[in-house]
Ligand binder design. Structure first.
Ligand code: SF4
Length: 491
C-alpha cells in the first residue's frame, strides 16, 4: 500500500499537464531527468530573487521563515501571524484536502485577503491561473475570506534606477474563480493516480505545453533521421503530414507543397548532397573587405541593475571580434565584463576600436548584435554615432545560407551550431565546456553578480571557457565565409 501523498502548487500544475509526469515526479524524485542543470538553476535563483524583491513592494509583512519540509511549523507560524493580524504574510502556508500551498504574499485588506502569486514573467500567462485557483481553493477550505487573487509580474516598462513600478499587480480573481468548480475533481484524480501504479497517458501536444515535460525521452520514440518534423519552418504542415502517415522526408510524395527552403531541404536529403542555388556568388558580394567578424554574449537580469535598463534587457557583457589585418591574417579582440559594474561603456569603446578599419562587420543572425548595439547606444549619447556606424556596417551570412544552400546535415536548422558542423566540420564545438549561448549567459551572470561563489581556479576555468566559446563563434564565421566563397567559386 502506497503512503498517501500530498499535492502542492507545483505538483498540482504538473498533474494538470499529465498524470504520468506527476507520478514520476512524486515517486521518482531522484530521476536523472529531474536533476536541475545550471541554466534551470539560474532561472530558479532568479525567480527566488524576484520573489524576495516583490515582498518589498507589499511592505510591512512577516515571513514564514521555516525549513521547507517543516510543514507543521510553517502552518503554525502562519496561524500565529493571522491571529496577530499582521498586514501581510510572505509564504503563508495552508493545507486542505491533502493539498499544501505556500502563498507568495497574503495581504490583509478591508475587502478580505488578497492572494498574490509572484511570477518572474512580464505578463500573466494562462498557466498562472490554475496556480491561483488551487490556492483559492485551499484558502477557501481553510476558512479564509479571500477577496481578490492577483498575479504580480515584472513590468517591462520599468527602467532602472526608478524601480517603484518594477511590478504589475493584475487582478485574476474572475479567471481563477472560474476554474474553482473543477478543482476538487482534479485534486481527487491526481491523488488517486498517485496512490496507484504508473498511469497510462498517451503522448501528445500536452508534452510540450505549457512547459516541456522532462520525461519526453522516456515516452517519445526517437524519431528517425530526417523526420518530417525537421522540415524547415513547417511545424503545422509537418504535423499534418505525420498524421497522414509520412514519417520521414524520404517518404513524402513528389507533389507535396512546401515552402522554398523546405523544398530545397527535401532535394538535398533525398540526393544525399548539398544543394546550391544559382546566385550565391552575387549574394556574397555584400561582404566587402576588409571584414570584421563580431559576436556578443549577453546577460539579461530580471531586475535591472544599470541606468535605463528594463527587466530582461539583453546587455552585452562579452564580445569576440576577428578583424582582417591586411596581410592575409586576422587580429583578434575580445573582452569579458567582470564585477557588477555597467559593462556598456567599456564594451562599446572596445568594439568601436576593434571594428574601426572594417568596411563590413559580419555577424551571424545579425539582428541580435544590432539590437545589442542599439541598447548600448541608447545609454551612451556621446558614442551613439560611432555605434550607429558599427550597426550600419553589419552584414548577416544567415539569410545567404538559408536562401542559397542546404546541406543534408543541417537537420532543418540554420543556426550557427547546425550549419558549422556540416560546412566546416574541422571546427569542434562538442568539446567546449561552454557550448551554447544560454550557458554562456548563465556563466557570465555568475562572474559578474556572484563572484564570491567562485574560487580562483573556478574563475580562471570559467573565463577561459567563455573566451574560447565566443572566439570559436567568430572564427567559425571566418571559416564559414571562406567555405561559402569556395562553394560559390565551384558552382
Ligand atoms: S512525455 Fe508526455 S506523456 Fe510522458 S510524462 Fe511527459 S507529458 Fe506525460
Amino acid at each position: 500500500m502506497r503512503r498517501t501523498q500530498r499535492l502542492s502548487k507545483s505538483r498540482f500544475t504538473a498533474g494538470l499537464q499529465c498524470l504520468k509526469q506527476l507520478w514520476w515526479r512524486v515517486h521518482e524524485p531522484q530521476a536523472p531527468e529531474l536533476v536541475v542543470d545550471p541554466r534551470t538553476q539560474a532561472i530558479f535563483d532568479q525567480g527566488a530573487k524576484v520573489g524576495v524583491v516583490a515582498r518589498t513592494h507589499v511592505p510591512g509583512g512577516r515571513l514564514v521563515d521555516r525549513p521547507y519540509n517543516a510543514y507543521a511549523e510553517r502552518l503554525a507560524l502562519t496561524r500565529q501571524f493571522l491571529d496577530e493580524r499582521v498586514p501581510a504574510i510572505y509564504e503563508a502556508c495552508f493545507v486542505a484536502d491533502d493539498v499544501f500551498v505556500a502563498v507568495d504574499i497574503l495581504e490583509r485588506s478591508r475587502d478580505g485577503f488578497h492572494l498574490i502569486e509572484v511570477k518572474s514573467s512580464t505578463s500573466v500567462k494562462d498557466e498562472h491561473l490554475p496556480d491561483a485557483a488551487i490556492q483559492l481553493h485551499v484558502l477557501g477550505r481553510s476558512g479564509l475570506d479571500v477577496g481578490r487573487a492577483e498575479v504580480m509580474h515584472l513590468n517591462r516598462a520599468c527602467a532602472y534606477p526608478d524601480l517603484h513600478d518594477l511590478f504589475v499587480r493584475q487582478d485574476v480573481t474572475a479567471e481563477a474563480e472560474a476554474l474553482l468548480p473543477g478543482i476538487p475533481g482534479s485534486v481527487r484524480t491526481q491523488l488517486e493516480a498517485l496512490a496507484g501504479p504508473l498511469p497510462e497517458v498517451a503522448i501528445g501536444d500536452h508534452c510540450s505545453a505549457p512547459r516541456a515535460c522532462p520525461f519526453i525521452e522516456r515516452c517519445w520514440p526517437t524519431p528517425p533521421a530526417h523526420h518530417v518534423s525537421t522540415l524547415y519552418f513547417m511545424r503545422q504542415r509537418a504535423a499534418a503530414l505525420e498524421a497522414e502517415g509520412y514519417s520521414t522526408i524520404f517518404q513524402l510524395p513528389p507533389d507535396v507543397s512546401l515552402n522554398r527552403t523546405a523544398a530545397r531541404q527535401v532535394r538535398a536529403v533525398r540526393s544525399g548532397r548539398m544543394v546550391v542555388e544559382p546566385g550565391l556568388a552575387e549574394a556574397l558580394e555584400t561582404f566587402e573587405p576588409p571584414l570584421a567578424y563580431l559576436d556578443f554574449e549577453t546577460v539579461n537580469p530580471a531586475i535591472p541593475v544599470w541606468d535605463g535598463c528594463h527587466p530582461y534587457d539583453a546587455i552585452p557583457a562579452q564580445f569576440s571580434c576577428h578583424v582582417e589585418n591586411g596581410t592575409g591574417g586576422f587580429d583578434h579582440h575580445e573582452w569579458i565584463a567582470e564585477g557588477s559594474g555597467d559593462p556598456r561603456r567599456p564594451m562599446a569603446e572596445r568594439v568601436i576600436a576593434a571594428c574601426r578599419g572594417a568596411r563590413t562587420i559580419v555577424a551571424y543572425n545579425a539582428s541580435f548584435e544590432s539590437g545589442c548595439l542599439q541598447r548600448v547606444a541608447a545609454a551612451l549619447p556621446d558614442l551613439r554615432e560611432e555605434l550607429a556606424r558599427v550597426q550600419a556596417r553589419l552584414a548577416d551570412p544567415l539569410p545567404v545560407v538559408r536562401n542559397f544552400i542546404y546541406h543534408p546535415d543541417f537537420g532543418g536548422s540554420f543556426s550557427l551550431k547546425s550549419v558549422l558542423p556540416a560546412l566546416v566540420p574541422e571546427l569542434e564545438y562538442d568539446e567546449l565546456e561552454v557550448a551554447e549561448g544560454n550557458a554562456a549567459s548563465v556563466h557570465l551572470a555568475r562572474l559578474m553578480f556572484e563572484p564570491q561563489s567562485l574560487d580562483a581556479a573556478e574563475r580562471t576555468r570559467l573565463l577561459r571557457a567563455l573566451y574560447r566559446y565566443c572566439e570559436l563563434d567568430t572564427w567559425g564565421m571566418v571559416k564559414l565565409l571562406e567555405r561559402l566563397r569556395g562553394i560559390a567559386a565551384r558552382s
